[in-house]
Design a protein around this ligand. Structure first.
Ligand code: IPD
Length: 308
């Protein structure tokens, strides 16, 4: 991990795009390979899911384009994000994390998140509480309202206009809420795992993101937050489940999370209704123009008949 810190300041880091602004570096791949191979040596029958690749039963890494799904019910599965916050890493920004979660029967039972620049190791296992380094048991914050809350949100790599507009509407609604008052503070860290670790440690009150990159962004942090007394849910407040593909997540203490779920639903509903109204208005305008053109044509035809 010292080498991870050193490599971050290396000027000739090889960076590739996974599509648009989504980046991957040689260090992501190298770290994933080392972590996976070390775990595989200890647990040869277990399955592995990494952000950059998947580990084949032959002991080889395959590229992330290889098809893979969550393994069957019984295989304990290690879920690895070798560097969460790759864009931060590329820029030398300190909010980066290495995350490892272990899921059994689709339930995350163990999680470790290491913040190498801050030298903070967060860890938790089911029933064992969550800790950072040698500190006391972690506890999520007790903030009950957004007016007392420092919220973290990330906008990942999606640059679609409609998605961005909706994302900014949601933040605007929180920043201007009348009741109980506007959000106390808003941050964007660039790392889902840093967010979840800091929520578990009570240094951020809640985390909201629509579009987390995959299970590796949330798996380890989920158990940290839960063992610190908090909850991690999907957009409708449903339990967050391990599923391949992009996801949505809200984490924090139960009261604040349920308030945020309701607020997101409210904004999404309003934006959706406005969009439907705009479409209906457009259709109405087109219909009116069509009727107008038809009437003009009929008048012209009538006049031609009369003059003939
Ligand atoms: C991303 C980061 C980012 C979050 C994205 C993730 P990566 O992971 O956690 O903060 O907004 O959803 O995909 O690409 O840096 O490992």
């Amino acid at each position: 991990m010292a080498s991870l810190r050193a490599r971050q300041s290396r000027p000739c880091l090889a960076v590739e795009s996974k599509g648009g602004v989504d980046l991957v570096t040689e260090v992501d791949r190298l770290c994933e390979k080392e972590i996976t191979q070390a775990l595989h040596a200890e647990y040869p029958t277990h399955a592995f899911i990494g952000e950059e690749s998947t580990f084949l039963s032959t002991g080889e890494l395959s590229s992330s384009s290889a098809p893979f799904g969550l393994p069957g019910e019984s295989a304990p599965t290690w879920i690895i994000d070798p560097i969460d916050g790759t864009t931060n890493f590329v820029h030398g920004h300190p909010f980066i994390a290495v995350a490892i979660g272990l899921s059994i029967h689709q339930d995350v039972v163990l999680g470790v998140i290491y913040l190498p620049v801050l030298n903070e190791m967060y860890r938790a296992w089911r029933g064992g509480g969550a800790r950072c380094n040698d500190g006391p048991l972690l506890k999520v914050s007790g903030a009950q309202s957004i007016h007392d809350a420092l919220l973290v949100n990330n906008i990942g790599s999606c640059r679609e206009e409609e998605f961005l507009q909706l994302s900014f509407h949601r933040l605007y609604a929180l920043m201007t809420a009348k009741l109980p008052g506007p959000l106390q503070g808003l941050r964007m860290s660039g790392s889902a795992c840093v967010n979840l670790a800091l929520v578990a440690g009570g240094r951020l009150d809640a985390y909201v993101e629509d579009g987390v990159g995959g299970v590796w962004d949330v798996a380890a942090g989920k158990i940290l937050v839960e063992e610190a007394g908090g909850v991690v849910v999907g957009w409708e407040g449903e339990p967050w489940v391990l599923r391949m593909g992009r996801g949505r997540v809200i984490a924090g203490n139960a009261a604040l999370v349920s308030d945020l779920v309701a607020r997101m639903r409210d904004v999404d509903g309003r934006v959706w209704r406005r969009k439907r109204l705009r479409v209906a208005l457009k259709v109405g305008m087109i219909a009116l123009m069509g009727m107008g053109l038809l009437a003009m044509r009929r008048r012209r035809e009538g006049a031609t008949r009369r003059s003939g």
